[in-house]
Design a protein around this ligand. Structure first.
Ligand SMILES: C[S@@+](CC[C@H](N)C(=O)[O-])C[C@H]1O[C@@H](n2cnc3c(N)ncnc32)[C@H](O)[C@@H]1O
Length: 220
């Protein structure tokens, strides 16, 4: 099955609200735990960037689990950033999380950043090489990177089966977004080709379950 793009941004307020209300605790905490287990010891006072931070759940979990790192979360959806601002304020971590309403392709920093994370953004970006190029450009040499996203199934029937298996009880809008995201996602081979194209040879690709790929390592 070929990739079918979905809208790049989740900038419909109702869509953002439904996404932010869904329970991604297991997935998001697992992502944070994995990143900190591997790199927590080298992140003292580090500047971590979260590409496509959505409602901010991962940045919040990250600063709550580490005493000194700070996060810049970037998302080009104003409704998502509005929700993230509220969540960050409610969690009392505004002094450690900065939020930017900006396309990741336009992200620039005065100095290269210490680490980069991104969950469930890559499939939104029409040109995946732009996504990896940003990572390569804004990260300092040797910076840890953790990226996770969906894997495109082989058929629309397989995509629907995953939606029915993992989002049976979710609101219809979330189920539809999940389905569209699976169709817009990359295969394992796609991701391997993107990494090779940009010479990101110190990033390793893993497939931890039936619907995700993870890229982890360092950028040089
Ligand atoms: C599926 S959500 C994931 C949010 C968050 N990372 C999480 O794990 O909960 C994807 C987010 O990426 C944002 N997004 C998509 N394309 C983007 C781009 N080019 N630049 C910045 N944000 C983008 C969307 O607006 C949306 O909020």
């Amino acid at each position: 099955m070929n990739r079918i793009l979905e809208p790049e941004l989740m900038d419909d307020p109702e869509q953002a609200h439904i996404y932010a209300s869904a329970n991604f605790t297991e997935e998001n905490q697992g992502f944070v735990d994995r990143f900190l287990q591997a790199h927590g010891h080298e992140l003292e006072n580090a500047h971590v960037v979260d590409l496509g931070c959505g409602p901010g759940d991962i940045p919040i979990r990250l600063v709550q689990a580490h005493p000194t790192l700070r996060v810049t979360g970037i998302d080009a959806s104003q409704p998502m950033i509005d929700i993230a601002q509220r969540m960050v304020a409610e969690a009392n971590v505004s002094d450690r999380i900065e939020l930017r309403c900006q396309r990741v392709q336009d992200a620039r920093f005065p100095t290269q950043v210490d680490a980069i994370i991104s969950n469930s953004l890559a499939h939104h970006v029409p040109n995946p090489l732009q996504f990896w190029y940003v990572i390569k450009t804004i990260a300092k040499p040797g910076a840890p990177v953790l990226v996770m996203d969906l894997i495109r199934p082989e058929s629309t029937e397989d995509a629907q089966a995953l939606v029915d298996q993992y989002a049976a009880e979710e609101p219809e809008r979330l189920r539809q977004d999940f389905y569209n995201s699976l169709l817009a996602a990359f295969t394992e081979d796609d991701v391997a080709a993107h990494l090779a194209e940009l010479n990101l040879s110190r990033l390793l690709l893993d497939v931890p379950d039936d619907r995700h790929w993870i890229v982890e390592g360092r950028v040089f």
